[in-house]
Ligand binder design. Structure first.
Ligand code: AMP
Length: 213
């Protein structure tokens, strides 16, 4: 089963994708993670996208479609979760064509609904374990011991360069201008399901499970 998690930055797409990986053995394809990895390892592409990402703007369709195309050729036994992709209508068309080419289908698109006020506090307070990727928050989810990951015990908490108010404003504008038209796009195809992204993590997971059937 291949699905898309759709929603603004901070909606909880990454958190829910991790749960689906654990519970259903699905494969998370996060273009944001792939781009951050390229940025950290200093590849030519990473250098090209670094400033764009830090400012909160979208990188070109060509780059992200290329990243996804590579991954679609790999193992998909548990199905793919597209997290943060597609983000434009051109990317959505490209994904449709790539799936068709590889004989795969899209099961559903889960729209995670949240309001902007919640997004600001969610994003400016969040940090992640650099070792295992577990997510935390200054107010909502602190580790039991400050600076130490509850899951793997590493002491390597990291904050994203673009999780500040200025970049967030740009990211939200990009979302409403370029990504939110995808809601109508997938609704028209009969593939859209929405969940309340403001509920507790486990409740959101339950709603997603129900929506997936
Ligand atoms: P994310 O981790 O999904 O919030 O993505 C972080 C940043 O990576 C975004 O603000 C964009 O600069 C870039 N990015 C990630 N996915 C895409 C995409 N599908 N299209 C364009 N830019 C992307």
């Amino acid at each position: 089963m291949n699905i898309i998690l759709l929603g603004p930055p901070g909606a909880g797409k990454g958190t829910q994708a991790r749960k689906l990986v654990e519970e259903r053995g699905m494969i998370q394809l996060s273009t944001g993670d792939m781009l951050r990895e390229a940025k950290t390892s200093g590849t030519d592409m990473g250098k090209k996208v670094a400033a764009i990402m830090d400012a909160g703007e979208l990188v070109t369709d060509e780059i992200v479609i290329g990243l996804i195309e590579e991954k679609l050729r790999g193992d998909n036994a548990g199905g793919f979760i597209f997290d943060g992709f597609p983000r434009t209508l051109a990317q959505a068309d490209a994904l449709g064509a790539l799936l068709e080419k590889t004989g795969q289908t899209l099961h559903s698109v889960i729209e995670m609904r949240v309001d902007d006020d919640a997004l600001v506090s969610r994003i400016t307070g969040r940090f992640t374990c650099g070792n295992c990727g577990e997510g935390y928050h200054d107010v909502m989810k602190r580790p039991a011991v400050d600076g130490t990951c509850d899951v793997c015990g590493a002491q390597d908490m990291q904050r994203r360069a673009d999780d500040n108010e200025e970049s967030l404003r740009t990211r939200l504008m990009e979302y409403y201008k370029k990504t939110s038209p995808l809601i109508g796009y997938y609704y028209a195809k009969g593939q859209l399901k929405d969940v309340d992204g403001l509920a507790d993590i486990d409740d959101v997971a339950k709603s997603i499970s129900e929506a997936l059937g």
